[in-house]
Write a protein that binds this ligand. Sequence first.
Ligand code: PMP
Length: 452
Amino acid sequence: MTPEKTKPGHNRESRLFYQSRSRRPLIDHAKGVYMWDVDSKRYIDASSGAMVSNIGHSDPRVIAAMQDQMQKATFAYRLHFENEAAENLAWRLAERAPGDLERVFFVSGGSEAVESCLKLARQYALAIGEAQRFKVISRFPSYHGSTLGALAITGYTPMHAPFAPMMVDQPKIPAPTCYLDRDDLSDHDRGLKYANMLEAEILRQGPETVLAFIMEPVGGAATGALVAPDSYYARIREICDQYGILLIYDEVMTGAGRTGTYFAAEHWNIVPDILAVSKGLAAGYVPLGAMIAPDRIVGPVLDHGGFIHGYTYAGNPIACAAGNAVLDVIEQDDLLANAAQSGAALKAELTKLMAQHAMIGDVRGLGLMLAIELVANRDSMEPIAPKHMAAARLVDIAYDKGLIIYWRRTRGGYRGDHVMICPPLTITPDQFDDILIPLNEALAELATELKQ
Ligand code: PMP
């Protein structure tokens, strides 16, 4: 290593551009819900990476399907050839997608999927002669991706700061953090209260200028498995219909079975106008994402000569072969049912931890998308000071114990301080102790540290 190339303060042992807070060990191998580093230390992957490895690691059926495809053709550029794997996967996704969503546009990840939704929405407005609609309302906090368009609608102010002023500044409404409310409203009315904030924002912006509203049906990294009352989902759909605004569901994290149904939208019988999915779609075996939209939107765009822009690797055969094999595994092993059952059972176990650990203020989530929120005081739900470092510390203590849980910095206005617990959808109750025992110890150690 040439010392003059290494700037002070940068990691001296690696040429990678690290963004994590601390250097992690090298991965050696992974199987099912477990991972091993090069020193043979075992970890339980209770976050599926970043809620990606839905069917667990190294499933031989997916590896075989990828190998088969690799023997035939590794890459065929989408403007030169169609490929059977992409065709098949598109049919299968269209079959599973809510309502009339039936046209599939493949991409290589979540940000690209969200970006494509935004571009399709805009192209649709132009195609139907509503060029004045360009604003995309989203929620605060939220996370929709790291490309500039997806970042602009991400309600996560600290992520905007390094690029300020953002190229496109878009309006945001509060996410439905009902569990923090201390009013006397029923769940139903609280759902309506938060949904009606969308209507108020639409009116403030001028309804004729609003193109779309985008939401994660179950809030992910920024809000920690945030589920709203049923009334919220139906009212949001109603408001979008009333003002002719496209409803985009970002199912990058919730899609592909994470919440116990293939798409989270199914829980509330909502048909969004456009949907983004990624992460669990190829479950980490290879990068893959998709935008799914109905003909009633795609048709006018194509007739108008519009296009979304292709990505070089869009729908590449290996990624789609992996996607098909992942879907086979989900079906053969009945993983949606397992996500629902194991998810409910794990949530119940996490809730029991509240009795021993006063710092757990809330346990929430749907299926195997679960989170616990750490608080200084359960009544006020104030986070532990210094804000957000308790969750970060918990993740580090747990990591040393071989338990991987997920934490995302949530500075910048949001009060929450949560960790997500989202193991692969293959997890069974006999493996719960590998999560619960180290988690229990980590919480106790954190409490002792905080007293010092
Ligand atoms: N949307 C949501 C809801 C996400 O959780 C993520 C990733 N955490 C993204 C979009 C961006 O996906 P990617 O990192 O694959 O670009």
